[in-house]
Ligand binder design. Structure first.
Ligand SMILES: Nc1ncnc2c1ncn2[C@@H]1O[C@H](COP(=O)(O)OP(=O)(O)OP(=O)(O)O)[C@@H](O)[C@H]1O
Ligand SMILES: [Mg+2]
Length: 311
């Protein structure tokens, strides 16, 4: 199976603070792996009453389907295709009950039970547990004796919710160490903590606050045992100047009156410096340019920057 360095784990958790480009990066990774011949599943956490999703929009849809469905329209090599689906707490609860309760009628009755539904939806972490279990069952799906999905890319919710999900198995294991629940939690935790299986992709922008927050997020992920496979610094301003040209321009600008374009020039110089601050944090840096594209055209245009490896 091909791997696009540094995005080598089978499960990629794309995370970062709001609006930095998580969905765009997840979609771009999906295109990159599908172009390399892989069966890719793009997931997003769904819930009741969700509005339009940027991930779905990147494939010309309003929402992702509740069950895996092909969402790209390109002819690809080998198994290459992008499927999309929502991760749903209810689906996870249902699959869980089917595993622990004998027989269908009992499950159906349990799922129709209002009190149980209220408990499942209101108890803290039950939502996360459902989502987590749904994910676990998807990761295990096989077809013709191989995993159904070569690559599973999850457009994670913004920072806080991501940590709630990644910390969940370890936290719940302390409460429920035994029996079937304990076994499943341990299986989930092993998967999350195995660096060859799971990697976080922290997306950020070349700006002061996002850079600082992305380092904090990486620390939080490390604490929950999840490995960081790359920082993606998105929307890097285009720059066409060499080091020598920059030295000349810097000297000149230091003594010149205010000029149009000075702000853009300084912003692009700052961007590189800010991105470099993440260097040495133990994860490769991947820089994505800000492109004058939007909608379904944007993610595939970013493939070359993902596949050329860390900068
Ligand atoms: N490299 C890029 N070049 C140009 N536009 C971009 C780039 N990356 C993202 N955008 C645009 O920035 C906006 C935010 O991107 P996106 O929806 O991927 O972010 P997000 O982190 O998923 O946001 P949210 O927190 O709302 O889920 C979108 O309009 C997207 O088209
Ligand atoms: Mg998004």
């Amino acid at each position: 199976m091909s791997a696009i360095a540094p995005f080598t784990p089978r499960i990629l958790l794309v995370t970062g603070k709001g609006g930095v480009g998580r969905s765009t990066t997840a979609a771009a990774l999906g295109h990159a792996f599908a172009s390399a011949g892989e069966a890719v599943l793009l997931l997003e956490i769904g819930g009741v009453g969700d509005d339009a999703s940027a991930l779905a929009r990147a494939f010309g849809r309003v929402r992702l389907p509740t069950k895996p469905e092909r969402i790209d329209t390109v002819t690809r090599p080998e198994r290459g295709a992008i499927f999309g689906a929502l991760l749903l707490a209810n689906t996870g609860h249902e699959r869980f009950l089917r595993r622990v309760l004998p027989g269908g009628p009992l499950v159906a009755a349990a799922l129709r039970n209002d009190a149980l539904q209220r408990l499942l939806n209101a108890a803290p972490s039950f939502q996360e547990m459902g989502i987590f279990y749904h994910l676990l069952t998807i990761l295990r799906e096989t077809e013709n004796q191989r995993f159904r999905w070569d690559r599973v890319i999850i457009d994670m919710p913004a920072t806080g919710h991501t940590l709630a999900l990644t910390e969940l198995p370890a936290q719940l294991l302390r409460l429920l160490p035994n029996g079937f629940i304990g076994e499943e939690l341990r299986a989930g935790r092993t998967l999350l903590e195995d660096r060859t299986q799971t990697g976080a992709v922290v997306v950020t922008l070349p700006e002061r606050l996002p850079i600082t927050e992305s380092r904090e997020l990486a620390q939080g992920l490390a604490k929950s045992g999840v490995g960081l496979c790359a920082y993606v610094v998105n929307k890097m301003p285009a720059t066409d100047f060499s080091k020598e040209e920059r030295d000349v321009l810097d000297t000149w600008l230091a003594h010149s009156p205010p000029l149009f374009g000075r702000g853009d020039y300084l912003r692009s110089a700052d961007a590189k410096g800010l991105a470099r601050e993440l260097d040495g944090d133990g994860a490769p840096l991947v820089l994505l340019p800000e492109l004058a594209l939007s909608g379904p055209a944007l993610p595939p245009a970013l493939i070359p920057y993902l596949t050329k490896g860390p900068s």
